[in-house]
Design a protein around this ligand. Structure first.
Ligand code: MLT
Length: 267
């Protein structure tokens, strides 16, 4: 993990013949860390530099003061792009909360984007029922700790086949969740429940967009991605069989194949 001021990130140089193709920014979900993108670092072989920001308060930054706003995650990531002098050729790929962050980044700094990948995410804000669930989870993590959050979330984040057949993915997810501080999880839950509805922005997006979703995603099910695909002009939709909400970790080969094709051909 590298650090500029308080901004932490992974920076993987481009490799191979197509070196210099552009920069891929991978934004992690909740309550995870940059480690969730480990299978995608291989995309550097296709000539893409890969930058993975660690959102404020997560992972190695667990003792930093957390935030309660998606706009702060977005603002930090834009600051990082400024510091790294990546001002035009970023393809921003966010999964779930990473997607909410990508929407907030696009709202404030569209000119930095060359393309966008929305993985297992949604444009709408939280429903009243979802807000209640977030509050219950804040109480759970305060009273019972991060392990209880992992127990509650893993069966929703991963599909049945992953839970039964891919212990390495389950272990990695549990390690990421339990490695985060209680405060960062509580803060992020407030950020999630107060995020704005990005749906009105969808028809205004004028860059190449790829939407990826696991066929068995229980948190942001495929019909939400189908609707975003209809609302974003010229977007492409990829449904990944045998994956739940963590499509990039559950089916890394299919995810990388789809994302790699988008990077090679569409942006
Ligand atoms: C995520 O994976 O980032 C979360 O599932 C987002 C959410 O709960 O809305």
């Amino acid at each position: 993990m590298q650090k500029i001021g308080r901004l932490r990130y992974l920076d993987v140089p481009a490799r191979g013949q197509g070196r210099g193709a552009g920069t891929l920014i991978l934004v992690h979900g909740f309550p995870l860390t940059p480690a969730m993108w480990e299978p995608q670092l291989a995309l550097a072989d296709r000539g893409w530099r890969i930058v993975v920001p660690e959102l404020r308060g997560f992972g190695d930054g667990r003792s930093d003061p957390p935030t309660t706003s998606i706009d702060d995650y977005a603002g930090d990531t834009i600051d990082l792009l400024d510091k790294l002098d990546i001002k035009k050729d970023a393809v921003v790929c966010g999964l779930s909360m990473g997607g909410y962050t990508a929407f907030a980044m696009y709202k404030h700094a569209a000119s930095y984007f060359r393309g966008m990948v929305l993985a297992d995410t949604r444009s709408e804000g939280d429903s009243p029922e979802a807000v209640t669930n977030r509050r219950n989870m804040q109480q759970l993590v305060r009273e019972k700790g991060q392990g209880a959050v992992a127990d509650a979330l893993l069966p929703k984040l991963l599909c049945e086949a992953t839970l039964k057949g891919k212990p390495d993915v389950v272990d990695s997810m549990r390690r990421q969740i339990t490695g985060n501080s209680v405060e960062s999880i509580v803060g992020a839950l407030t950020a999630l429940m107060t995020r704005p509805d990005s749906t009105p922005m969808l028809p205004t997006i004028r860059i190449p967009v790829q939407i990826i979703v696991g066929a068995e995603d229980a948190i942001t099910p495929p019909p939400l991605s189908e609707q975003m695909h209809k609302d974003i002009p010229g977007s492409e939709l990829v449904v990944i069989p045998g994956a739940g909400h963590m499509s990039n970790m559950e089916q890394p080969a299919a995810f990388n194949d789809a994302l790699g094709r988008f990077l090679d051909k569409r942006v």
